[in-house]
Design a protein around this ligand. Structure first.
Ligand code: NAD
Length: 272
């Protein structure tokens, strides 16, 4: 359906009048960078059931019993992130911050907001690019090239009969056992507390915002999905950008983030 100009103008006027904006993003903002959302990707959770792939305990059990399946899952998740670049939506969000103070709160672990130039990014579900120890102290950072190398190794390992030692060798930069214990990416999987200090900051940012733009999230994953409620309680006006209807009472711009966000920012603040 074509975007209604009146709604776009209404959203642009709210942004122009705003003193503090929060942009809350989910997997949909990165879909046009080639990273599939879990819910839209054909049967992702059917192929990789959450009880075996969305909890650390399940992942460890899968590694021990079916290393080939874990290699397949890691490859499916890592490869699109390893090769992704920011799309027009990430760039428009970074441009918005030139005109009004913006805090980006993302559920994504792909680092594309930072690559697009956004400075204040709260990664409430962590990141694939930081390797932490048991106490969540950062040990080192990975690059996209490092992730691509891990994918190539996984691909090669999957060609033979894959046993645990081969899998562990392939993913050594990402996770494993060292002298000081287990190391792994700083990711928030199901059943874990959200990443700190990002989550505390995200709630404070949202409570203080006068406009909250929600982009490409189904709002099903709690507690992050509480942010719109915090925004409403704080009196913020909420604008959704998503092909799917979020339901009343907020303003909904229907469609792809990469098509709508550049138009919205241009309408609000003029051409770059
Ligand atoms: P989700 O998969 O539950 O929902 C995706 C939403 O994006 C849907 O509402 C869909 O309609 C919308 N969407 C799809 N294409 C879009 C587009 N081009 N423009 C705008 N919207 C679009 O995603 P979620 O709510 O973020 O929850 C999934 C969880 O999995 C999150 O924790 C997320 O971090 C994680 N995840 C992250 C990535 C990533 O880092 N890129 C990718 C997949 C999943």
């Amino acid at each position: 359906m074509p975007l209604q100009p009146a709604l776009l103008e209404q959203a642009a006027a709210r942004l122009r009048a705003a003193q503090r904006v929060v942009v809350f993003t989910g997997a949909g903002v990165s879909a046009e960078s080639g990273i599939p959302t879990f819910r839209d990707a054909d049967g992702f959770w059917q192929r990789f059931p959450p009880e075996r792939f969305a909890y650390w305990e399940g992942l460890i059990r899968t590694a021990l019993r079916r290393p080939g399946e874990l290699a397949e899952f890691l490859h499916a998740v890592l490869e699109p992130i390893a090769t992704a670049t920011p799309n027009a939506a990430h760039r428009a969000i970074a441009r918005l911050a030139v005109h009004v103070p913006v805090k980006v709160i993302t559920q994504n672990v792909d680092r594309l907001h930072q690559d697009a130039g956004s400075r204040e990014v709260r990664e409430v579900h962590g990141s694939f690019f930081e390797i932490v120890d048991r106490k969540r102290r950062i040990l080192r950072e990975l690059s996209r090239a490092d992730l691509a190398t891990i994918c190539e190794r996984l691909e090669r390992a999957r060609q033979g009969s894959l046993r645990l030692p081969r899998l562990l060798a392939a993913i050594r930069p990402l996770c494993g056992l060292a002298l000081r214990g287990i190391y792994k990416p700083r990711l928030v999987l199901f059943g874990m507390q959200l990443a700190e200090p990002d989550w505390t900051q995200a709630q404070a940012d949202t409570a203080q915002a006068d406009v909250v733009l929600i982009v490409g999230t189904s709002g099903l994953i709690f507690p992050a999905a509480n942010l719109p409620n915090i925004a409403r309680r704080g009196g913020a006006s909420i604008i959704h950008i998503d092909p799917l209807d979020p339901g009343p009472p907020d303003l909904w711009l229907e469609g792809r983030a990469g098509a709508i966000l550049p138009k919205l920012v241009e309408l609000a603040f003029g051409k770059e």
